[in-house]
Design a protein around this ligand. Structure first.
Ligand SMILES: *[C@@H]1O[C@H](CO)[C@@H](O)[C@H](O)[C@H]1NC(C)=O
Ligand SMILES: *[C@@H]1O[C@H](CO)[C@@H](O)[C@H](O)[C@H]1NC(C)=O
Length: 196
């Protein structure tokens, strides 16, 4: 089978609603950016209270959704592994490697990194503790992820496409004597105080 599918999976998480992220990825300019990078599909986990917003945003798009097939769902009690895998390259299933865009939840960050799928994290800076932003910045510094504001997602797609593939696998492969970087697990536990 030829690689006919390239998917961007966006998760806003289970609890905190993140309406601006949802609107940003359902904006025409973002879809055009996806199309420019040969994406075919956008799959959105929009959260429990956001179905109406999801549908309203879809209805405002030009017909054909700029060439991107868009699907959404509210929440998956079984976790998001199967959805995240759709962004992983698999030639026998006809998929090119895609992209995951996530709120900065630890679970989705670790899930994406384990699959080796490029990840854009969009921290919600208004949350009380600002650990999300610290974590996103630290992971970006180490080359694991692209941190982005929801306003800059079109640029973030381009940056994520350029993430060197050697940086994408977790845990990192450290040569002898190359212990200058904290491991991802250390970063996450230092910044968040726990692993989920
Ligand atoms: C951040 O989270 C809060 C609380 O869930 C939400 O009210 C707010 O809209 C979010 N910020 C953005 C930028 O969406
Ligand atoms: C790719 O898809 C095939 C067929 O469904 C499956 O058996 C295989 O495990 C997949 N490869 C990866 C790396 O997930």
């Amino acid at each position: 089978m030829t690689s006919s599918m390239k998917l961007c999976f966006v998760t806003v998480g289970a609890t905190a609603s993140f309406h601006l992220l949802l609107q940003a990825i359902l904006d025409e300019s973002f879809l055009v950016a996806l199309r420019e990078h040969e994406y075919t599909h956008l799959l959105v986990q929009y959260g429990k209270d956001s179905q109406t917003l999801f549908e309203e945003s879809l209805s405002k798009l030009p017909s054909g959704n700029c060439g991107i097939e868009i699907n959404g769902f509210d929440f998956n009690h079984a976790g998001l592994d199967s959805e995240m895998r759709l962004a992983q390259a698999n030639s026998s299933e006809g998929r090119s490697g895609g992209l995951i865009i996530s709120h900065a939840g630890t679970g989705s960050i670790l899930g994406a990194l384990r699959l080796g799928v490029p990840l854009v994290v969009v921290p919600n800076s208004t949350l009380k503790d600002n650990h999300q932003e610290e974590l996103a910045r630290e992971l970006q510094k180490q080359g694991y992820v692209v941190a982005s504001k929801y306003q800059d997602l079109s640029t973030a797609v381009k940056r994520a496409e350029a993430l060197p593939s050697r940086m994408l696998t977790w845990p990192p492969v450290n040569g002898i004597g190359q212990r200058r970087h904290r491991t991802l697990a250390q970063v996450v536990s230092d910044e968040m105080g726990f692993l989920d």
